[in-house]
Design a protein around this ligand. Sequence first.
Ligand code: KG4
Ligand code: ZN
Length: 369
Amino acid sequence: MPDEPLVLGIETSCDETGVGVVRGTTLLADAVASSVDEHARFGGVVPEVASRAHLEAMVPTIDRALKEAGVSARDLDGISVTAGPGLAGALLVGVSAAKAYAYALGKPLYGVNHLASHICVDQLEHGPLPEPTMALLVSGGHSSLLLSSDITSDVRPMGATIDDAAGEAFDKIARVLNLGFPGGPVIDRYAREGDPDAIAFPRGLTGPRDPAYDFSFSGLKTAVARWIEAKRAAGEEVPVRDVSASFQEAVVDVLTRKAVRACKDEGVDHLMIGGGVAANSRLRALAQERCEAAGIRLRVPRPKLCTDNGAMVAALGAEMVARNRAASDWDLSADSSLPVTEPHVPGQGHGHSHAHDHVHEVSKENLYS
Ligand code: KG4
Ligand code: ZN
């Protein structure tokens, strides 16, 4: 096995068709086709629309990624794909494509976990992950604190949201404010010109008896929506910048407080933050401030690697190859609720080599010469 495996990764768990190519921990290509505009008028991702868009974007995005990386598909050491969690139909498109390419090219297939991929992507930015690493994963679908001592085999959930995900809260508040979808980036922008202390919104699950590492954003969401409604009912103008800043502060205050606390309690001195909400400028700044004060090293990938992309899937796939993890079987299926504790879906060790040898002669020349 080469030291620096060349892996192509496919991500289709939500509305981004992502294809990345990495060599070890080096990013070679990160091609993303998003169907976000097609969902905007619905105020959220429509699964059927996403699946259809993945289908249309898949082959062109794979071609674009290989071209951008300047490599030939025949040189790959493996193909990885998000097996879950995510939207079932959307995942299925990626898994089917990955299987078809892997089978036709005679390459090992790695079905990997979307959440572990969000963590592993930081290797492309800051080099190998320290072991252990605490990870705060905040996206439109997830808000979790995870402790990992080996991203290919050991991901332990410390806490998670008991209701809405952090990104979901951003999206819902943006909708109440008529700011469009997705809400995170636009609230982030408005918040920069607002006062984070203007309105005292509640900090969910921060009482002395509350679970230390779990999150709740639905109470905050309701409080913000009520506050806005009251303003409107009184015929007053809603101060969008102050509402954005105060809401955002409530979210990132709780996220960073709990993440730092988990690091301290577990004696872990590295915190990584991943997922779409990690693109938030205030979250990044406050996390930096609090980590510095606590003697914790913070690792946050650049925003483009925080939101869903194929490079993160390739990064985890490359790590699987590097650590000699078992490839997935050809009957790998998409699992919309793949547990976070399973970084990948290892095969039973049969079937793979046969298909491998068999397709070797027919495919390589015909498909990619
Ligand atoms: O990781 P991601 O691209 O997809 C999921 O796996 O969910 O995350 C998307 C989420 C959306 O809810 C979006 O509003 C949020 O990330 N997001 C942000 C920012 N950029 C994206 N939230 C806050 N501030 C941002 N700058
Ligand atoms: Zn994601």
